[in-house]
Design a protein around this ligand. Structure first.
Ligand SMILES: [Mg+2]
Length: 109
């Protein structure tokens, strides 16, 4: 499935549930989801202890879900701003290739 198709599916879903949030709310949700990813990663990597009541949680599976939550919110922001994520991702990869790849190759030698 292509990103454009995913953007359309998210758009249809959001319209079914009453429409898009205001941009600051979308941004707040993105920050919330990032925090949830940080919470999971810290426990997966042992930087924070896992509470007894959370010992049953599969943190690898949680990480996937939280990344999915963040992707959903990111797609909703892109949709609301009429941003074609596939086109912009291709541009960004090309930018990194041109600007950063020679630098990384020098550093990794
Ligand atoms: Mg979440």
């Amino acid at each position: 499935m292509e990103l454009r198709e995913l953007q359309k599916i998210v758009d249809e879903f959001i319209n079914e549930i009453g429409g898009y949030w205001e941009d600051p709310i979308i941004l707040a949700r993105m920050i919330e989801e990032l925090g949830e990813i940080a919470h999971v990663l810290q426990r997966l990597k042992g930087f924070r202890p896992i509470a007894k009541e959370d010992s049953h949680i599969n943190f690898e599976a949680e990480l996937e879900l939280e990344i999915g939550d963040l992707l959903f919110v990111l797609i909703s922001l892109a949709n609301k701003r009429n941003i074609d994520l596939e086109a912009v991702l291709i541009k960004v990869i090309e930018k990194y290739r041109q600007r950063d790849l020679p630098k990384w190759k020098r550093i990794l030698k």
